[in-house]
Write a protein that binds this ligand. Structure first.
Ligand code: 13P
Length: 258
């Protein structure tokens, strides 16, 4: 399988804030992320606050190089969908990227087909979808990791053009590593990322080399640099450790030093 030099894909350090924080703490954390990002020329940086904090965080990030992301969206542009938020609404509030199919949403019913619809809707609205994939502990123990990843990735990107694919990112987040303190080893991450890349290249040829593939699952300052520098890993999607300014900064600065 061919590979593209790591330098061709700038690294990304992203913080998924999940259902945490209040307006004041989200603002403060965004200001700290902006300040940390200003300390280094790379990697790229993004944060994914809760919907209700997006406008506040947008203001706190104004003038910084930190991208504003959302944690999910609806597939439709608008309509009678009480409680839902469309990708067009997200774009309107200043969001540029959105998670699609995070495992915490798949666990509450999002199917591979729904994730594909969400990714396409994000592209329609001009957002960058970050398609999340990953196996459960039971699937890993049953030696089904590769099969699960191949299915999740190929369904999610099915029917996209090469141009669409150039605006897509993926995140490998093994479910057993999320919020558990158990992190995939660098070798596990590399082998999973190789599978994801292989699906992309098989379907899209050269264009399949374009999308970044992030690793997520118990990333913290002590392991981020090693994971980020593992072969095939183009960045990290950080949950818990992104909720404290100093640890997010340490991950970001560590990514540059390493
Ligand atoms: P943790 O870093 O808390 O394990 O969460 C990972 C994650 O789900 C990021 O999207």
């Amino acid at each position: 399988m061919s590979n593209v030099p790591a330098t061709a894909r700038p690294k990304l350090v992203a913080g998924n804030w999940k259902m945490h924080l209040r307006i004041a703490t989200a603002r403060a954390l965004a200001e700290q992320a902006a300040a940390a990002a200003a300390e280094v020329a790379g990697p790229d940086v993004a944060v994914f606050p809760a919907f209700v904090h997006l406008a506040t965080v947008r203001e706190a990030l104004r003038g910084s190089r930190v991208a504003l992301g959302a944690q999910t969206s609806h597939e439709k542009q608008e309509g009678a969908h009480t409680g839902k938020v469309s990708p067009e609404m997200l774009a309107d509030v200043g969001v540029t990227t959105v998670l699609c199919g995070h495992s915490e949403r798949r666990q509450s019913g999002e199917t591979d087909q729904m994730v594909r619809a969400l990714a396409r809707a994000a592209l329609r609205a001009g957002l960058t979808p970050v398609i999340c994939v990953g196996e459960t502990l039971a699937e890993r123990e049953a030696d089904r990791t590769e099969e699960v990843l191949r299915r999740q990735v190929s369904v999610a990107v099915d029917g996209l053009s090469s141009d669409d694919l150039s605006r897509v990112e993926l995140a490998y987040e093994p479910v057993w590593a999320i919020g558990t303190g158990r992190t995939a080893t660098a070798a596990m991450a590399t082998s999973a990322h190789r599978v994801v890349r292989d699906v992309l290249v098989s379907k899209f040829g050269e264009a399949g080399l374009g999308p970044r593939i992030l690793y997520g699952g118990s990333v913290k300052p002590s392991n981020a640099a090693e994971l980020m520098n593992s072969e095939g890993v183009d960045g990290v999607l950080v949950g818990g450790a992104s909720l404290e300014g100093p640890s997010f900064r340490a991950i970001l600065l560590g990514a540059v030093r390493s």
